[in-house]
Design a protein around this ligand. Sequence first.
Ligand code: ASP
Length: 217
Amino acid sequence: RRHTYRYYLAVIVLRSSRPGEAARAAELMNRIPRPVPIINAGSGQDQHPTQALLDIYTLDRSFEEQGGIDGKVIGLMGDLKRGRTVRSLCYLMKNYRNVRLVLIAEQFALEPDIKAHLKENNIPFVDQARLTDVLPTLDAVYVTRMQSEWDTAGETRQINYADYSITPENLQRMKKTAVIMHPLPRGPEIAPAVDDDPRAVYWRQERNGMWMRVAIL
Ligand code: ASP
């Protein structure tokens, strides 16, 4: 089979706090005679596709000796409403079989459009789970920070971090093979003492991020 490769003189890497910006830029670029590809490096509260790819890569490598991502129970915790990384990660879950998601967020719950996407693709999820109840069942817990930059009236201050954080105490209740992930930057939701636990893979995840972006470029 013959492959045709297309070479570009430039790409635009676009990271923006405005929603839909990368998609709009890509539409514009598609209309010019020599289109310039847009890499969405995070747009508004909506999407962060390169992060999702590195997250999937990290999950895949972490479960290499446990049959891969298929059949795993993945907890998504923190600010699922205003954070973009979990939204993009949810889109990729349809590529795996029998994955179950556990959403650990109440005030900042995942938006209905992503829940609808999960339903359409038959990806089961438990909504508004409590960390203490579900921790022993999780194969991975993807922790996110409170996106306080979007607060309009100090909403983040109402959060009880005890319900949304990984500490040395609750490490004891996790599976030995589980992994703890975080898209960074880290806030109070993961105690620094957790860093030394072999299940904490967020620094490796960060390094995977560099390689994933190298690959994309
Ligand atoms: N670094 C990630 C982002 O750009 C996660 C975060 O900021 O919480 O969305």
